[in-house]
Design a protein around this ligand. Structure first.
Ligand code: HEC
Length: 115
């Protein structure tokens, strides 16, 4: 009797708590990914490799390379928020809320090969 009780508790932990925790961890990325696919993929490509729309000059940034990933969150935030002048990278502050920019930035971070 006591043993089966422990077994049931163990089962509850495994079935409910573990996947729940894992999902919470990916929460930001999941939402950021949805935003990314909606707004950014067209230029930056499905995996952020800068292979979406390839005819801009200067070209679309490859978001997976260390030149981009080594920039601080603040720098990348500003590039997304304010755009990059004289390039096709637009001012997303007119489209995305601050929270949405934060989640999309978290997703951009997850594109780094080292993450
Ligand atoms: C119309 C095409 C286009 C779209 C859509 C676009 N970008 Fe960009 N993005 C660019 C181009 C072009 C550059 C390269 C700018 C440069 O040469 O510095 C760039 C650069 C960047 C950079 C690097 C900025 C830096 O500081 O070096 C980040 C990060 C970025 N984009 C994120 C995003 C995110 C996130 C979205 C979606 C919300 C997005 N981009 C949508 C064209 C686009």
């Amino acid at each position: 009797m006591k043993r089966s009780f422990v077994f049931i508790i163990g089962l509850v932990v495994v079935v409910f708590l573990l996947p729940g925790g894992a999902l919470a961890e990916q929460g930001d990325h999941k939402e950021g990914r949805a935003q990314y696919l909606k707004h950014c993929k067209i230029c930056h490509g499905p995996e952020g490799k800068g292979d979406g729309y390839t005819h801009f000059n200067p070209p679309v940034a490859d978001l997976t390379v260390s030149d981009i990933q080594k920039k601080s969150d603040k720098e990348l935030w500003e590039s997304i928020h304010m755009g990059v002048p004289n390039t096709a990278m637009g001012m997303w502050r007119f489209v995305l809320s601050d929270e949405e920019i934060a989640t999309v930035l978290a997703y951009v971070r997850s594109l780094s090969p080292e993450s």
